[in-house]
Design a protein around this ligand. Structure first.
Ligand SMILES: Nc1ncnc2c1ncn2[C@@H]1O[C@H](COP(=O)(O)OP(=O)(O)OP(=O)(O)O)[C@@H](O)[C@H]1O
Ligand SMILES: [Mg+2]
Length: 366
């Protein structure tokens, strides 16, 4: 809404909403009239049936084949039989609504979900001891968002050993966040390979794993994180391992590592305070750090941080980087960034170049 007002587009959108609600009102009125006609027709039919029954039975009463006492009973019976069909117009209307809702639900169920297809016989992922890292080797990766779309990645390669720290830099729109989506198996790649390796040299190709198994080896801080309309605690519990809730002390530890201690201390109900859309609104930098705390809380051998210090001032960014570096000791870290300061997290830097540029094929090491 604020954006529509700021862009001066509120009037045209208001008109469109008003036009839609007028159409809705017209249709509801027509539906109401139809329902009224249906109800009235049923009541009229019941009255006609009642009088017809009375008139038809009257000669039998006169002739003595039907007792006086039975006549009102039979007439009431005819009236009562209408009780059963009275709700039918409403049921017919509801049936239409339910069929439309069902259609939408089945469309959703039948649509292919996000993510690359799982292999028929998935391989087993690496599960190193907590605190250990895994190596990642991306070789000659080619990827476009659809078969007709131009390549975003064209022969892209990087390699980071277990426990290594790699920074990926490059111009905006070059495909850095796309690589994160590929690692998460949200997208499949056309050519090339992604190998995950243990310190002992065992390797597994990412696309031979089930999506959930592939993702279990990564903890990601996305570039555009989302906070749910829920408490701060609930927003962070998402990172809890399956079957176990994180202790408040663990959650608080991650919040303080992400330099959100003063935010937490200022919240009226601490971690139980509702944040998000209609709760306590957080600033862009605070949302980013909640996402960082989430990523830190998830135990994984490879951490991928997409622009971890965007929206942060210099001292806060430095404190965040120092805390993250200490916390992730031993684990493999891939940091995607435009900022030189984030290179403090890395021991090697790769610059991503757009497809077609002379250096694009090699992902040159700076
Ligand atoms: N879901 C998508 N469908 C189609 N194209 C996409 C999609 N997501 C990104 N792109 C396109 O892919 C290219 C790479 O985008 P990506 O977000 O990976 O860039 P980036 O290097 O992370 O940029 P930035 O530094 O601005 O974050 C861009 O041209 C973008 O428009
Ligand atoms: Mg990006």
């Amino acid at each position: 809404m604020a954006e529509l007002i700021a862009l001066g587009a509120i009037d045209s959108h208001q008109e469109a909403i008003l036009a839609s609600s007028r159409k809705l009102e017209q249709r509801q009125r027509r539906l109401g009239s139809l329902q009224g006609i249906g109800d009235a027709a049923l009541v009229a039919a019941a009255a006609v049936a009642l009088w017809s029954a009375a008139l038809l039975l009257l000669p039998s009463v006169r002739g003595g084949s039907l007792s006086d006492a039975r006549l009102p009973l039979l007439v009431v019976l005819v009236l009562a039989s209408f009780e059963a069909v009275m709700p039918l117009p409403g049921v017919i209307q509801k049936a239409g609504e339910m069929a439309a809702a069902g259609r939408r639900l089945f469309e959703l169920i039948d649509s292919p979900g996000p993510g690359a297809e799982d292999p028929v016989r998935p391989a087993a992922p690496h599960r190193p001891a907590p605190g250990a890292g895994l190596g990642l080797s991306v070789r000659d990766l080619c990827f476009g968002y659809s078969p007709a779309a131009p390549l975003v990645l064209d022969g892209f390669s990087i390699a980071v050993p277990p426990g290594g720290r790699l920074a990926i830099m490059g111009p905006t729109g070059v495909g850095k966040s796309t690589l994160v989506g590929i690692l998460m198996r949200f997208w499949d790649y056309r050519h090339g390979e992604i190998l995950v390796s243990t310190a002992e040299g065992a390797t597994v190709e990412l696309r031979t794993l089930a999506g959930d198994d592939a993702r279990s080896m990564f903890s990601v801080m996305p570039q555009s994180p989302h906070l749910f309309h829920a408490t701060l605690r609930e927003n962070l519990q998402i990172a809890a391992p399956a079957g176990r809730d994180l202790a408040d002390a663990e959650v608080e530890d991650a919040i303080r590592a992400a330099q959100l201690g003063s935010l937490l201390d200022g919240l009226p109900e601490g971690m139980g305070s509702v944040v998000g859309e209609t709760g306590r609104e957080l600033s862009a930098g605070e949302i980013r750090r909640v996402a960082l705390a989430r990523a830190l809380l998830r135990e994984a051998p490879i951490y991928v941080l997409d622009e971890p210090t965007e929206n942060l001032d210099e001292p806060t960014a430095e404190a965040v980087l120092a805390a993250v570096s200490a916390r992730l000791r031993g684990r493999t870290v891939i940091v995607i960034t435009h900022r030189e300061r984030d290179l403090a997290l890395a021991d090697q830097v790769v610059r991503m170049e757009p497809p077609g540029s002379p250096d694009a094929k090699r992902g040159i090491i700076c």
